[in-house]
Write a protein that binds this ligand. Sequence first.
Ligand code: ADP
Ligand code: MG
Length: 465
Amino acid sequence: MNERTLACDAAARVLTLVKERIGEAHFDSWFSNVTCIPSDDGLEVRAPMPFILEWIRTKYHSVLVQAVAEVTDIGSDLRYVVDPQTSSETGERDGRIPSRPDLPPAPTETPFERNARYLRRYSDIQLHEEYRFENFVVGSGNQLPNAAALSVAEDPGATYNPLFLHGAVGLGKTHLMQAICHGLLAHEREIRVVYLTCETFVNQFIAAIEAGKLEDFRQRYRRVDVLLVDDVQFLARKERTQEEFFHTFNTLHENRRQIVLSSDCSPKEIPNLEQRLVSRFKMGLVAQLHPPDFETRVAIVKKKSRLKGTELGHEVAALIAARITSNIRELEGAVTKVLGYGTLLGRDIDLDLAREALYDGVRGETPRIGCDRIIELTAAHFGIGKTELQSRRRTKSIVHPRQVGMFLARKLTRHSLHEIGTFFGNRDHSTVLHAADKIGRALADGDEELKSHVAQLEALLKGDR
Ligand code: ADP
Ligand code: MG
């Protein structure tokens, strides 16, 4: 026996060991077309398709390492290679259309594994682990899109078809789309889900025309159970792709296959989108995501920080939520920044640290909260002028903010009742006492709206320091 034969035997023993460890069923699903070839300093694991290789790398790497260690005539290096001889899929990622549009069944696969395999095979984006329904905080701005997405994930094709989600950037469209995918994969039955960006759809369409493989392209998207296309505003001004998309849409829709689309604007606002597509997009449910309110933002900050390993306390969460109001991606960025700052400096994360982090580490003087600032912020918050707040006018829309301001001044400053009265337009000390008392009682009675106003203003004022 020569050295080469010995090495090949050893490589075969590695596979036998893997089979013993993971069981025959899993082995047959994933390793049936895999070969192990001895290389100079270890082993080359060859699989015919990239996704199989990826699966093996993520799921079975440690089993392989262990097996290699036990087979002593093999070096310890492991390399994963797509087998050029059996591969039919290389090149697909660079836009070429695969010749075989479906997947061969693997008998021992669970429906989940098969669904996941299908999605990975035909989707251009890897699902984000965290983009699940349980990590999506629901508030008034996204209640409807969330409910619709849930119902699509539970029973695709049944109710809202298409589901069209739109809203400004960073408000959770992609999160919801991927949550739907995660939900669909978990179905007990086989379900063919494809999730891609509109940009990929456009690029693959162009590549298919160039390669003369339009039919393959069509087959690929017209045989799915659920098609999710993210950022369809990308269809703007692309007439030929629009036409192709129109036919794909119709085929799926007529066959009661679910379609989910997202865009940064409503269907009719997509520039130069053909009228017939606009009306198709509006056929099911058009659900808009709005910027989250303060409470939702606080909940998101807490949720994100928990996912990152350290749940922020309420005061810090409120400060971040008061500072960043419109884009949840930025909100998340601020959470990362504050947490990172804490780790970097090895300090507890309190209001001071959060303020420093959000001010890029520059720390100024620490001014006390003053009545001037309270008046300025309160007036702006309620959308009235500073002078109105300090005036003698007694309309409810002015009296209420004024009372909130007095309450805050009483709570957050060291000024006397008399001094506060002076700031708020030369009022009597009993007026201040009455105002502070009234707001305090309403809060204790559970006035949620008021609570929200006060919490936001407090967070902003504390963030000033
Ligand atoms: P879009 O696709 O609308 O631009 P994304 O879905 O990419 O926005 O969301 C941006 C970030 O904000 C993501 O990290 C996402 O998880 C997060 N996010 C958005 N909305 C919520 C929410 N309601 N709850 C939790 N996280 C959210
Ligand atoms: Mg997105």
